[in-house]
Design a protein around this ligand. Sequence first.
Ligand SMILES: Nc1ncnc2c1ncn2[C@@H]1O[C@H](COP(=O)(O)OP(=O)(O)OP(=O)(O)O)[C@@H](O)[C@H]1O
Ligand SMILES: [Mg+2]
Length: 337
Amino acid sequence: MTSSQAIYDVHNLVIDLHTTTASIRAVDGVSFGIRPGETVAVVGESGSGKTVMTLGPLGLLPEGVRVDIRGEARAEGGDLLTMNSRAVSALRGRYFGVVFQDPMSALNPMLKVGPQLAAQIRRFRGADKTTAKREAINLLRRTGIPDPEDRFDRYPHEMSGGMLQRVMIALALAARPPVLIADEPTTALDATVQAQILELLRQIQREDGIAVILITHDIGAVAAAADRVVVLYAGQVAEQGAVMDVLTQPAHPYTRGLLASVPDFRSGNRIVGREISGSPPNQIKLSPGCRFADRCPLVQPECRVHRPLLETVKQSGGDHLAACPVIAATEVEHVVA
Ligand SMILES: Nc1ncnc2c1ncn2[C@@H]1O[C@H](COP(=O)(O)OP(=O)(O)OP(=O)(O)O)[C@@H](O)[C@H]1O
Ligand SMILES: [Mg+2]
């Protein structure tokens, strides 16, 4: 993707985290872009770097770690990594709406939800009090909150997890940002509510033309929710491309393993791999080769020597890329019923 097409373009992002006891490379050479109106899902196991990669450039990493961040993260003609912190914080909210996993991290438990939302609208849109309240109620309605006039005056503790997540999405949309980042917006919710929240994000993306970066550990959720997918393993991109290419022609053994643990993809003609055993590598002591080597059913001696580069997957072409020379050297195996 060229920079001109992308509304946000990350290139060769490297993020090292230094704590008092250890230094780890949490993100190692990740590149991806997102176009207006597109949903890109970032998928990977816990600790693969999804949150650090998406929130790091926005200066939203937890305190207590020293962050060393390199590469480029371009938005609105500038590079977030070379801007001063005031300029980056001005982009947060206005350009990037963020939906955190825990709604309470963005809400004040002592204040009613409606006025918190109205305050955001006033802050970003310069609306007067009456307009901000009307807009807040509209946003609550749009995000699927029943009886929004009544909910406006409720405290966070009076609302269910699903309702709070909707309030959180409304808060992230308050400034009408062109990019919405949703970090595991559904993990704390039951399956039905999860599906409703993903559908809501999809609807907002379609109606408003917002670009959505959807972080999830659930590759099963991306089929309906995203246009493109970035599969992250131990801080590196294992595979990326259009959702249908990646889900039906997965070219990295890690992606195949993730798909094999999704019930829907075990059935029919999408028998794509074995479930993954073992756990991700310790990111403090990484070997020079492929980080998936110790868990990979196809591992070859050379995999432990050279870091695999992202290559175009022949069967799909275009922007379907995978970092596995073993697969690239053979035909992508796919079972047709
Ligand atoms: N505050 C922190 N201090 C030290 N290490 C951290 C901190 N936050 C993240 N890390 C480390 O950075 C790496 C990437 O973490 P990250 O939170 O981005 O993973 P993730 O893919 O978002 O996982 P999850 O699905 O659990 O949210 C991990 O090795 C993690 O242990
Ligand atoms: Mg995370």
